[in-house]
Design a protein around this ligand. Structure first.
Ligand SMILES: NC(=O)C1=CN([C@@H]2O[C@H](COP(=O)(O)OP(=O)(O)OC[C@H]3O[C@@H](n4cnc5c(N)ncnc54)[C@H](O)[C@@H]3O)[C@@H](O)[C@H]2O)[C@H](O)CC1
Ligand SMILES: [K+]
Length: 244
């Protein structure tokens, strides 16, 4: 049976597989006209607010990859820097290798005071994370393919010693659909998942689970036959718990 979550107010929230979530994104963009950057801005803003609360004035390190997950993390770094936080972005590749929305977010971030560390300057990953009050994990989301490799894997290993970790959408290294980790994976204090919880979040170690509103209108869910009741009631994010 498909796992279900519920909000603390008792509103049922269906979980979706990575494939279903990709369809939600596709319908939102191709059929409804919502831009990826619009959704990402809400993801990044929500993530920045959560990181800021957890960091309580301390240093924040954002780990980011090249996909939609990384783009949300880089966007969060901008909101954090705009708000005066001491924030360092650590990329799992060189900045000039970023593409699409992640590259765009990185370009905008360059206009803030945030420190940006590229893959070739990472060196000892643990050094960057050592004094962090919170590490934001935005390396890989539902786009995980096989066991984590390369610098992403090294950075994930370094999060084991972090004071607090907040994961965006899905802990990096965890399969969003099954909850299995084929290799190393982040073990976060909090996971902030986007729009709808992913089925794997009911199985994996995800910490406390938050659901963020990224502005998807219900017509997208209706188009796909997803039984959806608005869980937010005007809030930007809500806590979820397992229902089944
Ligand atoms: N409606 C929504 O939920 C929205 C979600 N967003 C975020 O976008 C990601 C999904 O984005 P996508 O680009 O499809 O994939 P990812 O970013 O998760 O991953 C691609 C990224 O990861 C690297 N990678 C994949 N597997 C591995 C591996 N085994 N080892 C190392 N690296 C790996 C790959 O190279 C790419 O760089 C979703 O989770 C949300 O966070 C949107 O931002 C808004 C709408
Ligand atoms: K992640």
């Amino acid at each position: 049976m498909t796992p279900q979550f519920e909000t603390t107010a008792g509103v049922a929230v269906p979980a979706v597989t990575a494939e279903q979530m990709r369809e939600v994104d596709r319908v939102a963009v191709d059929e409804i006209g919502l831009a990826l950057l619009q959704m990402m801005e809400h993801a990044g803003r929500n993530l920045a607010e959560v990181a800021r609360e957890v960091a309580d004035g301390g240093r924040i390190v954002v780990l980011a990859g090249d996909g939609g997950n990384g783009g949300g993390g880089i966007c969060a770094a901008r909101h954090l820097a705009n708000g005066g936080a001491d924030v360092t972005l650590v990329l799992d590749r060189d900045a000039d290798e970023l593409t699409g929305a992640a590259a765009r977010q990185r370009r905008v971030l360059a206009a803030t005071d945030a420190t940006i560390v590229s893959e070739s300057d990472v060196g000892n990953a643990g050094e960057h994370l050592r004094d962090a009050a919170v590490v934001v994990d935005a390396l890989v989301g539902y786009g995980l393919s096989g066991a984590l490799r390369g610098t992403a894997a090294t950075l994930v290993e370094a999060t084991a010693d972090a004071a607090h970790v907040v994961s965006l959408d899905v802990p990096s290294g965890v399969d969003a659909t099954t909850g299995d980790a084929p290799g190393v994976a982040v073990d976060p204090d909090v996971s902030l998942t986007l729009a709808l919880p992913k089925t794997g979040l009911a199985e994996a170690a995800v910490g406390d689970l938050l659901l963020a509103d990224i502005g998807i209108p219900r017509g997208v869910y209706d188009t796909l036959g997803i039984d959806y009741t608005d869980p937010f009631a005007g809030a930007r994010r809500v806590w979820l718990r397992n229902r089944t």
